[in-house]
Design a protein around this ligand. Sequence first.
Ligand code: FES
Length: 101
Amino acid sequence: MAAHLVAKTSEIAEDEAKKVIIGDQHVAVFNLGGEFYATDDICTHAYASLSEGYIEDGCVECPLHAGRFDIKTGKAQGVPVTEDIKTFPVRVDGDNVYVEI
Ligand code: FES
């Protein structure tokens, strides 16, 4: 596992996300109340970018069919999504945000 610099903290506003690509892994980096989290960016239902989804109550709603995932745990919150998304460790050092993959 290696740490990848993905953003400055100021780049991602609260309840917003940034998409990054690390190797062949598409990652969504979220700011939830000043804490940063990272998940797989691709929905497990079909092909949609979760970083373009709607963020509310710690969950991201997929922009395609409105499936919801818990951002901290990756847990699918019910139909149409049944398969969890991967999560990745995040480290903030000063104003740098790192994702470990
Ligand atoms: Fe995400 Fe269908 S592609 S809910």
